[in-house]
Write a protein of this length. Structure first.
Lengths: 112, 115
């Protein structure tokens, strides 16, 4: 079974731009979560989607948004990028029956 | 609200020595607890999880962890460290409210293994 796939792996954006990151969960998993990892703040929960509905949201500004498609693939978007948005963005796929969460390799975003 | 505290941001051991990484949690409900490992420039890999079935949990790569409710701890151990164990380790607790994908992470412990 393929793991969690995130694209792109690396990207550089300029302040004020927007970015869209993509995540394909493990086949059969309908729950997808997103996390931001920075050296200063560590790993922080952004939001979770299940069956195309946002189930929970972390404490991030409205510039951070996401969505999930009918095939469970998910995207997250960050608008009006700030330098502080530079981070590793991790997508996670949940096996709800086993209560196990699997992470992808992440997307490294650098804002300059 | 749930929280996780990992004692020691850096731990250094010699190859072949015992590895002990400490994790204490705070939870108002019976917790689900996890240990993840992160190698440089990679995502998180699940080492093991506690979901109330057994207090001693065995994971991959020879790691295990023991859930101690009275101490609110879930320390990670490995009897004999290997060079390939050098990585950052994260303890996490599942947040309440039925959101299974919402984990609260500790700050992480970076493990160094000396030859």
């Amino acid at each position: 079974k393929a793991g969690v796939t995130q694209t792109p792996r690396y990207l550089i954006k300029t302040r004020g731009q927007q970015v869209t990151l993509s995540c394909s969960p493990i086949s059969g998993h309908r729950s997808v979560s997103w996390y931001q990892q920075t050296p200063g703040q560590g790993l922080q929960f952004l939001f979770e989607y299940f069956s195309e509905t946002q189930r929970n949201k972390g404490n991030f500004p409205g510039r951070f948004s996401g969505r999930q498609f009918s095939n469970s693939r998910s995207e997250m978007n960050v608008s009006t990028l700030e330098l502080g948005d530079s981070a590793l963005y991790l997508c996670a796929s949940t096996d709800r029956e086993a209560n196990t969460i699997y992470f992808g390799e992440g997307s490294w975003l650098t804002v300059v | 609200a749930q929280s996780v505290t990992q004692l020691g941001s850096h731990v250094s051991v010699s190859e072949g020595a015992l590895v002990l990484l400490r994790c204490n949690y705070s939870s108002s409900v019976p917790p689900y607890l996890f240990w993840y490992v992160q190698y440089p420039n990679q995502g998180l890999q699940l080492l093991l999880k506690y979901t109330s079935a057994a207090t001693l949990v065995k994971g991959i790569n020879g790691f295990e962890a023991e859930f101690k409710k009275s101490e609110t701890s879930f320390h990670l151990t490995k009897p004999s460290a290997h060079m390939s164990d050098a990585a950052e380790y994260f303890c996490a607790v599942s947040a309440s409210g039925g959101s299974q994908g919402n984990l609260i992470f500790g700050k992480g412990t970076k493990l160094s293994v000396k030859p």
